[in-house]
Design a protein around this ligand. Structure first.
Ligand code: SF4
Length: 188
């Protein structure tokens, strides 16, 4: 029987890479779904391949939270593209041996400015914190938008370029919509 494989956003297996949160209760529902997804995947014999974290590998552990508008620039996209190039090669190799492997898809993190699939954080953020009088307004402009994060957007472009988009579904792990990621495991 072919081994099922899912590529997952880095922090689905390693939450240490996430941006520091000061209200951990905000993440309780996502954490519960993460554990349910990973536990079910392992119980059902799914191999989980960890994608690189584009933010940790660029800004490290002391980074601020960002919005996708800040990452939507050629430099961040180039960083994503370089991280994803070897990932595409891995996908291509697994897909080349369907008798041994079944690539079920990719799971991102909805809401992330990088790894969001159906939802990402957006806002008109830029500039220094010091000396400004509209900081509270600027922070409040952050909102959940129906769009992809930049890393997942770049992944989608590269899958298209490689002719693999039809074979590799990309879904988001999102606590209010748990069926999206759990559906990848439903036929196992
Ligand atoms: S950038 Fe992606 S992998 Fe990294 S912490 Fe954010 S959601 Fe997780």
């Amino acid at each position: 029987m072919a081994q099922p494989i899912i590529f997952v956003a880095h922090c689905i297996l390693n939450t240490a890479a996430k941006v520091v949160l000061y209200r951990e209760e905000e993440m309780a529902a996502e954490e519960a779904l993460r554990r349910r997804f990973v536990g079910t995947a392992l119980e059902r014999g799914v191999q989980l391949v960890q994608l690189p974290c584009p933010e940790f590998t660029l800004y490290g552990a002391r980074r601020w939270g960002h919005v996708s508008d800040q990452f939507d620039n050629p430099f961040f996209r180039d960083h994503c593209r370089r991280l994803l190039a070897p990932v595409l090669l891995q996908m291509r190799e697994y897909l080349a041996h369907p008798q041994r492997f079944t690539l079920l898809g990719v799971v991102g993190i909805d809401g992330s400015p990088s790894c969001g699939v159906d939802y990402t954080s957006r806002g008109d953020w830029y500039g220094s914190f010091g000396g400004r009088t509209d900081l509270a307004e600027a922070l409040a402009s952050c909102h959940l938008a129906g769009a992809q994060g930049i890393f997942m957007d770049q992944l989608g472009r590269m899958l298209e370029e490689a002719g693999l988009a039809e074979q590799v579904p990309v879904v988001g792990l999102f606590a209010p919509e748990p069926d999206k990621c759990m559906a990848l495991l439903s036929n196992l």
